[in-house]
Design a protein around this ligand. Structure first.
Ligand code: ATP
Ligand code: MG
Length: 176
């Protein structure tokens, strides 16, 4: 099978322009190397990671997404963190709101009909802000932001040699 028949795909929440700007300023590192910042246009929250997918499977994936019923909700991004092993600086909600958990669970349910095995790991909502971050000390106060969520997207990863690396393939609006 030709390699270009496959894409690395994931479902995500994509920030609007104002949220994107606010997300960039949630973390205030006070010491350490800032590492490689995520390109502003690449900032996102992954909902479900699909991995390499053959184009034949796209119809099933899009059909599963179109059956999702979810009301718009607001995400309070009020926490920043640093994962030492992957050396990632991130921000996220200190509590994952019920509509977000439901959205992820419903997506995983729907996608199981397309042959995807639901992620066993607990969903940990986060936005990667920087990678390859070394020993970091963060300001205690996160600069919180409110993220109005009214859609979710299907994204292709690694679409170019330089950032931005992600490309939105399709967007689904949430019903109010
Ligand atoms: P890179 O892998 O080049 O460092 P990346 O992780 O941003 O960059 P991808 O690996 O294509 O790019 O991942 C796309 C999105 O899916 C990212 O938000 C990433 O955190 C998430 N992701 C990647 N692999 C998995 C996985 N195995 N399980 C859950 N989420 C994943
Ligand atoms: Mg990765």
């Amino acid at each position: 099978m030709a390699k270009d028949n496959r894409q690395r795909l994931f479902f995500a929440l994509w920030p609007d322009v104002a949220t994107r700007k606010a997300l960039r300023h949630t973390a205030q590192p006070i010491s350490g190397s800032p590492g490689r910042l995520q390109h502003p246009l690449d900032l996102h929250m992954t909902l479900v990671f699909l991995g390499m997918v053959e184009s034949e499977r796209l119809a099933c994936i899009e059909d599963a997404a179109s059956h999702i019923r979810c009301e718009p909700f607001t995400l309070s991004i009020d926490r920043v963190g640093y994962w030492k092993r992957p050396r990632i600086l991130w921000c996220g909600p200190s509590q994952s709101p019920a509509p977000l958990n439901r959205l992820v669970a419903d997506l995983q349910d729907g996608l199981s009909a397309c042959g995807f095995v639901p992620e066993k790991r607990h969903f940990l909502p986060h936005v990667t802000l920087a990678r390859k971050v070394s020993v970091l000390e963060l300001a205690e106060e996160a600069h919180s932001c409110e993220w109005p969520v009214d859609s979710f997207v299907l994204v292709a990863s690694d679409t170019g040699v330089a950032p931005p690396r992600y490309k939105i393939l399709k967007k689904w609006a949430m019903d109010s």
